[in-house]
Ligand binder design. Structure first.
Ligand SMILES: Cc1ncc(COP(=O)(O)O)c(C=O)c1O
Length: 401
């Protein structure tokens, strides 16, 4: 019903993904060789237009041409409460549990500022989202990585014993729990979340749950809100969400946290407010209300089907055509992690050469080393299906040869 197949030209229209290519020395991939256009498969936004209800909500607000100081509306809070109830089965959520954040990453740092003192160690799983690495390090905390393990069935698993050992060894009292997991694409099951929370509870570890990907579920996978698994989790976990990932609104800015415990909630509001920068924008408030609507739900359901089709095609193509490249069947998110170590060793290709081969032909993927995952590449598949097919054609011809 919605258009997820048109290729929209984003050049010159405020897009890092297409206009932010560099020389490949920093965060952004290099530009392709002459003769190739770029398929933006790196930064985590989508090549799809947002839901019509979002655009409508912004337009309606623009019709009233005064944009002065304001307070978040009741409609804003009710939209979040309704969305969390419908999508995640959340009960008992009230406006006082919800707090605005410009971005999830900024919120994660605010939470660390509340829970830690500088120099503290913080647990996170690896591979890990590059934003955590930069933001947490830049703010004076040390990340301790507990590796996820790809089991014999090709499913990424937490290693609970390793988590507990590292927590105790490094005197850790705060953890970042990415659920669903970027870049591994896991939608953690309830039992897994519960076991992780048991480890944290036993060791007095507060949890910062980054659930920004929780709407983007593939196939029949479900999201388990971390706070829902136990009474302890409800009062010791702060969770972060955003319509920006789901509805492709990163450029509009706007996320939120949920904290049920009054101590946590008060401290977060205080810390987040200190700079006076953490302030909502009226258009992004209306965008959220348009997003978290009945139409937004229908749009998201369709988006998830499109992403499932893309992810399935990618998984089947990789496992059939690139022996030696390992990847898991993604359960959530729109990023895929390809572990190319065996393939590279068998073909005498270096890590740099692998990454460069993709960039040269416009497969602008992300270098896995950014995600604490050498020999890997991360592929954003939130593009029209025809571009996914195009990307794999190029990989067949120029990369995995
Ligand atoms: C796990 C995770 N957290 C946070 C972010 C960034 O969120 P924000 O732009 O709201 O800071 C991303 C973006 O890709 C992400 O993947």
């Amino acid at each position: 019903m919605y258009d997820f197949s048109s290729i929209i030209n984003r050049h010159g229209r405020d897009s890092l993904a297409v206009d932010g290519l560099g020389d490949g020395t920093g965060f952004s991939p290099a530009k392709p060789r002459e003769g190739f256009d770029s398929l933006p498969m790196w930064v985590a936004d989508m090549g799809f237009a947002t839901a019509p209800s979002v655009v409508r909500a912004i337009k309606q607000r623009l019709d009233h041409p005064i944009f002065g100081y304001y307070q978040p509306s009741d409609a804003y809070y009710q939209a979040i409460i309704g969305w969390q109830r419908e999508r995640n089965g959340v009960q008992g959520l009230e406006p006082c549990h919800i707090g605005y954040e410009n971005g999830v990453l900024g919120g994660v740092i605010s939470a660390l500022n509340v829970l830690c003192s500088k120099g503290d160690n913080v647990l996170v799983h690896s591979p890990t989202y590059v934003g955590f690495t930069h933001a947490v390090g830049n703010n004076g905390y040390n990340l301790v990585h507990s590796p996820l393990v790809l089991d014999k069935d090709g499913v990424w698993r937490m290693d609970y014993e390793d988590m507990e050992r590292r927590i105790q060894e490094h005197h850790i009292h705060a953890a970042i729990f990415c659920s669903p997991h970027n870049p591994c694409g896991r939608a953690w099951e309830r039992e897994e979340v519960l076991r992780a929370m048991d480890v944290f509870q036993r060791n007095s570890v507060y949890v910062i749950a980054d659930e920004i990907w929780s709407d983007l579920l593939l196939d029949k996978n479900r999201h388990t809100p971390t706070q829902s698994v136990s009474d302890w989790a409800r009062s010791h976990v702060v969770a972060f969400y955003a319509p920006s990932k789901t509805f492709n609104l990163a450029g509009l800015v706007g996320s939120y946290h949920i904290a049920y415990d009054p101590w946590l909630s008060d401290r977060l509001a205080k810390e987040g407010g200190l700079s006076h920068y953490n302030a909502q924008n009226v258009l992004s408030m209306h965008a959220l209300v348009g997003a978290y609507s009945d139409e937004g739900q229908a749009w998201t359901d369709e988006l998830c089907q499109v992403l499932t089709k893309n992810a399935t095609y990618a998984y089947e193509h990789i496992t059939k055509s690139y022996p030696g490249v390992k990847t898991a069947r993604a359960q959530a998110t729109y990023v895929l992690l390809l572990d190319c170590e065996q393939w590279c060793r068998e073909h005498d290709v270096t890590n740099d050469e692998l990454v460069r081969r993709g960039w040269d032909v416009g497969v602008t993927w992300h270098d896995g080393r950014l995600f604490e995952c050498p020999w890997c590449v991360r592929l954003n598949i939130a593009l029209p299906f025809s571009q996914i097919v195009d990307a794999f054609d190029r990989m067949d011809k120029y990369v995995f040869v």
